[in-house]
Write a protein that binds this ligand. Structure first.
Ligand code: SF4
Length: 288
């Protein structure tokens, strides 16, 4: 008989719990509810909420909505243009932006306003086009420079000051490396402000999840492929246990590997519902 364990530290972070709670409350009022983008980077959870009446729309759909619609903004947050359109067209916003992201948006807007006259460049360490990054860029009228890795540092003009922030789900180690590289490229006389704005809901999970995955012949890391924090946590698991496989849901289970393994660990991202990890555990038990 196999030993199977679900990591007690994996599953939704409070930002996602809050967004889903707001969606469920709004849906229970009976009126229609649109969600701008997938509420969470997890197809199965999106399907569960869509079965309750949530309709996922994209940004093109959004800008053709008219008065009377209700739109949920997910935890990633949105740029000011979304709120301006809602006000203009009388669209009701159910704002489920995570408080951590809201705070970061405000911080970037303040720095943008205060440092504009000094020509200091706002730089965001994050993934270009990621929903949270789009929301952060919007705080600077889309003038911020987004860097995803060391190669992107060439986008920065090192004859001007820099004010650096991070997308909330990036790796702390990589952020610190970027800070050092910028520091070494800028003259001491130039402004260099850097703010580690990485959410500890992700980074604090790393030591625990690394400890967890050590104990198994096979680890199933359950996450939607689009999840940024999923990628970070998965890479950390792989460093400790090379037999870690990412699966989006039970349809992707590596049956051969599962049959050979005696100890199987199941863990996931901050966007992975606990019920999905339990479903996978159940499915594995049924294979025996
Ligand atoms: S990972 Fe952090 S910032 Fe992102 S939704 Fe969760 S709590 Fe909020």
């Amino acid at each position: 008989m196999k030993y199977i364990e679900i990591d007690s530290g994996s599953g939704f972070c409070f930002g996602v719990v809050n967004a889903i709670k707001k969606a469920e409350e709004a849906l229970s009022e009976g009126q229609e509810l649109d969600c701008l983008g997938d509420i969470v980077h997890n197809g199965q959870e999106v399907n569960r909420l869509e079965d309750k009446g949530l309709k996922t729309i994209n940004h093109t759909d959004y800008f053709s909505l008219k008065k009377g619609r209700r739109v949920l903004l997910r935890a990633h947050g949105e740029p000011p243009a979304i709120y301006e359109y809602a006000q203009k067209e009388n669209i009701e916003i159910v704002d489920a932006t995570c408080p951590v992201v809201l705070q970061l948006q405000k911080k970037i807007r303040n720095k943008y306003e205060n440092l504009k006259a000094l020509e200091v460049q706002i730089v965001i360490f994050g993934k270009p086009g990621h929903a949270e990054v789009v929301g952060l860029m919007g705080q600077t009228n889309d003038t911020a420079i987004v860097i995803e890795n060391k190669d992107d540092l060439r986008k920065i003009d090192f004859s001007k000051g820099v004010c650096l922030f991070s997308q909330t789900t990036k790796s702390v180690d990589e952020f610190n490396q970027i800070v050092e590289l910028i520091k070494n490229s800028l003259a001491d006389s130039l402004v260099f402000e850097h703010y580690d704005t990485i959410c500890r809901q992700v980074s604090n999970r790393i030591p625990n999840i690394k400890d967890f995955v050590k104990n198994f012949d096979l680890v199933l890391f359950v996450s939607g492929k689009k999840s940024s924090n999923g990628k970070v946590l998965y890479e950390e698991c792989k460093k400790v246990n090379a037999n870690t496989i990412m699966v989006a849901d039970e349809s992707e289970l590596p049956i051969d590997l599962i049959q050979k393994a005696e100890r199987i660990g199941i863990c996931g991202a901050t966007s992975t519902p606990r019920w999905l990890m339990e479903k996978i555990e159940h499915q594995i038990k049924n294979l025996e």
